[in-house]
Design a binder for this molecule. Structure first.
Ligand SMILES: NC(=O)c1ccc[n+]([C@@H]2O[C@H](COP(=O)([O-])OP(=O)(O)OC[C@H]3O[C@@H](n4cnc5c(N)ncnc54)[C@H](OP(=O)(O)O)[C@@H]3O)[C@@H](O)[C@H]2O)c1
Length: 249
């Protein structure tokens, strides 16, 4: 029977790893998606969609499907599934590889304000600007709902969900975004402050360069910590190498 790898997905890196692993005959790869995005892009190998039903559900699925290794390649802010993966790997005794693209690093000219949460970002905003580009995702906008004097442009893949601030304009778009597009967007909407999660990666980093070039402040929501004792690898090649004990080269 082919060795079976479960990739917890929803990121570019997860898709790249699935493509890499399925290019080797004799490896069975299943990518799991939460099912939040209506039309996810194509993924190589098998795909399953929807929650597992907590740690027990995930552990049960791993046993039932004869999985030999778990790769958690979820988004750096997908804290719950990451905790569940760590616990389920412990319960089943399976190797776990956590793949996390590195966070963004500030450079000269950046005016970044790192904060620990969306609430902290909301607390800081009135001191920094009046017209906000918010790219923290379609959920969690309730943290900003009391900011009735500020104007928000919310950019997300799926429509934003209430509660949200009264002056909100939704822009539906999926990266990657170019520097020219991001600069034009900031100018067109008269944006004077940007709020983003520290997602990392190249696909959505142009907004940071655009903000720097326009001299705009950026409120950067820091990543949640990994579960105790869990460390991450930064790229697909390292994740692949870590799987060498359970997979053919
Ligand atoms: N959070 C973000 O900013 C963000 C951004 C881009 C993409 N994503 C992707 O979107 C998905 C959901 O993110 P989230 O922040 O809502 O997750 P989360 O809060 O960590 O997870 C909530 C629940 O959703 C289910 N779930 C999450 N990811 C799953 C997956 N890959 N496969 C199967 N079930 C999954 C699990 O349900 P059960 O307990 O029932 O198993 C989990 O307990 C993830 O796959 C993530 O990679 C998230």
């Amino acid at each position: 029977m082919s060795p079976h790898v479960l990739i917890l997905g929803g990121t570019t890196e997860a898709r790249e790893l699935a493509a890499e692993l399925t290019s080797h005959p004799g490896i069975r790869v299943t990518t799991s998606l939460a099912g939040r995005v209506v039309r996810p892009g194509p993924v190589a190998g098998e795909v399953r969609v929807g929650g597992f039903g907590g740690v027990r559900g995930l552990a049960g699925w791993l046993r039932a499907e004869g999985v030999c290794a778990v790769v958690d390649a979820t988004h750096p802010f997908a804290e719950t599934i990451t905790a569940h993966a760590a616990r389920a790997a412990e319960l089943t005794g399976l190797p776990l590889v956590v793949l996390r693209r590195p966070g963004w690093q500030p450079g000269p000219g950046d005016r970044w304000h790192p904060v620990p949460s969306l609430d902290a970002a909301a607390g800081l905003l009135p001191r920094l600007g009046r017209r906000v580009l918010l790219t923290t995702g379609r959920l969690g906008l309730g943290a900003f709902a009391h900011l009735t004097e500020l104007h928000f442009v919310v950019r997300s893949v799926e429509p934003p969900e209430p509660p949200m601030p009264p002056h909100t304009r939704a822009l539906l778009a999926r990266g990657p975004f170019t520097l020219a597009d991001e600069t034009a967007l900031l100018r067109e909407h008269g944006i004077d402050v940007l709020v983003t999660k520290d997602s990392g990666g190249a696909a959505t980093s142009a907004k940071l360069t655009a903000a720097r070039e326009l001299g705009l402040p950026v409120v950067l929501v820091r990543r949640p910590p990994l579960p105790p004792g869990v460390t991450a690898v930064p790229d697909v090649a390292t994740a692949r190498a870590r799987l060498h004990t359970v997979l053919p080269e």
